[in-house]
Design a protein around this ligand. Structure first.
Ligand code: S3P
Ligand code: PEP
Length: 423
């Protein structure tokens, strides 16, 4: 790829110092929208993320008959009787393509799903198969992928189902979120290699319990959701801690100090693991009164980390590892091959194109730091590849980021927030 085709990544002129407020969590926002849509009354949400993934979720729910209004930054969701025919554009949002079909199954009529070109590569077979077992009619032309349509009959029997969710925790979350509204609830068992992203499962279970749903997750790899109403709940969405990663990484790699505001004292978000992870890289981390501060010490240690629970942090952490003073091993993340792109291949290709020494393993990446040079960093429609590139661009001269606008998936403000912090 040539030069002058991308967004010139700002270079840090010294240690990056500053405070950042990141927008609302994608994962909490889209769960709050889904749960509000199938609850027993109107819910008002504050701090809801405004980005491509949440806008796709809102449009999907409105297409099914849910009322959504917005005033002074507050979003009110009013459940309606769910009806087809409807079409849902999933974009490239895993939370839309996996979480909406179990809700569409409750509608009366047919709901057609499609999305971006690469969305057709993301696995759906496990969730579509599980829904069929629970009594839902689905047409996917035998592909197990997009496009597919769900023929809702106004209710779903539900009950027992076993699935292999090693490819994505979203297969489990999807069935848990809608399961209380099924006649028999759901009794879900996982059979296979470990389910990734445990914090996201805890987030689904926690948000259901907050809304009065009985969920038994006391047995490993089994979740039982009792049938019953989901209570409407007004709630405030936490900031997206995974989207805080690039800002905090800026402090780690420049020996600066960055504070992210509004950091919750208790949370199910995987991004909370950044406190421990950046400490392992050699940074100093402190949390006080909702301010999370990461201070770079001038040393970046190589790490050996299992990121299976927090896979979405991997692209930014791979960028930090590429700048460390020794090799790093990122493990437990084979499922990243099912994300916005095959992230293991994308990181290997793009880091090596800058002169890096990175290779994929069965379940992760080995990263041996080398001096990196200028180039255009491909982003593959992946917001977190763009974040990784921005981190590298702080210290690598002449780095350009292809399609920086892809950050709009979860943080349209990224280029402005980034320039304001590091510029
Ligand atoms: O449930 C969620 O909100 C998510 C679950 C995770 O998916 P995987 O388990 O497929 O990694 C995560 O990576 C994704 O960004 C969001
Ligand atoms: C994997 C991710 O997204 P999605 O919700 O589309 O799966 C991500 O944001 O890192």
């Amino acid at each position: 790829m040539g030069t002058q085709q991308g967004w010139p990544a700002p270079r840090a002129e010294g240690p990056v110092e500053g405070r950042v407020t990141v927008p609302g969590s994608k994962s909490i926002s889209n769960r709050a929208l889904i749960l509000a849509a199938i609850s027993d009354g109107p819910s008002t949400l504050s701090g809801l993320l405004a980005a491509r993934d949440t806008s796709l979720m809102r449009s999907a729910l409105v297409a099914l008959g849910v009322g959504i209004t917005e005033q002074d930054g507050l979003v009110t969701v009013t459940p309606g009787s769910l009806k087809g025919p409807a079409s849902v554009d999933c974009g490239l949002a895993g939370t839309v393509m996996r979480f909406v079909p179990p809700v569409a199954a409750l509608a009366d009529g047919e709901v057609a799903f499609d999305g971006d070109e690469y969305a057709r590569e993301r696995p759906m077979d496990v969730i579509l198969g599980a829904l069929r077992t629970l009594g839902v009619r689905i047409e996917d032309h035998g592909t197990g992928r997009m496009p597919y349509s769900v023929s809702g009959a106004g209710s779903v029997r539900g009950g027992k189902v076993t699935l292999d969710a090693s490819g994505s925790s979203q297969f489990v979350s999807a069935l848990l979120l809608a399961g209380a509204r099924y006649d028999e609830g759901v009794d879900l068992r996982h059979d296979g290699k470990p389910v990734p992203s445990q914090p996201h499962l805890d987030m689904s279970v926690g948000m259901l319990r907050e809304r009065g749903v009985h969920v038994d997750d006391s047995e490993p790899n089994r979740w039982v959701v009792a049938p019953g109403p989901i209570r409407a709940l007004d709630s405030a969405i936490e900031p997206d801690l995974s989207n805080a990663a690039p800002f905090l990484a800026a402090a780690v790699i420049t020996g600066g100090s960055v504070t992210v505001t509004g950091w919750p004292s208790a949370t199910t978000q995987p991004g909370d693991h950044l406190r421990e992870i950046f400490t392992r890289f050699g940074a100093e981390v402190s949390l006080s009164g909702g301010d999370l501060t990461v201070r770079g010490t001038g040393r970046i240690q190589g790490v050996d980390l299992d990121l299976g629970e927090v896979g979405e942090l991997s692209p930014v952490l791979a960028a930090v590892a590429a700048l460390a003073d020794g090799p790093s091993y990122l493990r437990g993340i084979a499922h990243l091959r099912n994300h916005e792109t095959d992230r293991l291949a994308a990181l290997e290709t793009e880091l090596n194109a800058l002169g890096g020494d990175v290779n994929q393993t069965d379940d992760g990446l080995e990263i041996r730091p080398k001096p990196l040079h200028s180039g255009l960093f491909g982003t593959y429609h992946d917001h977190r590849m763009a974040h990784a590139a921005a981190v590298l661009g702080l210290v690598v001269a002449g780095l350009e980021i292809e399609n920086i606008a892809t950050t709009a998936k979860t943080m349209p403000e990224f280029p402005d927030l980034w320039s304001a912090l590091v510029g």
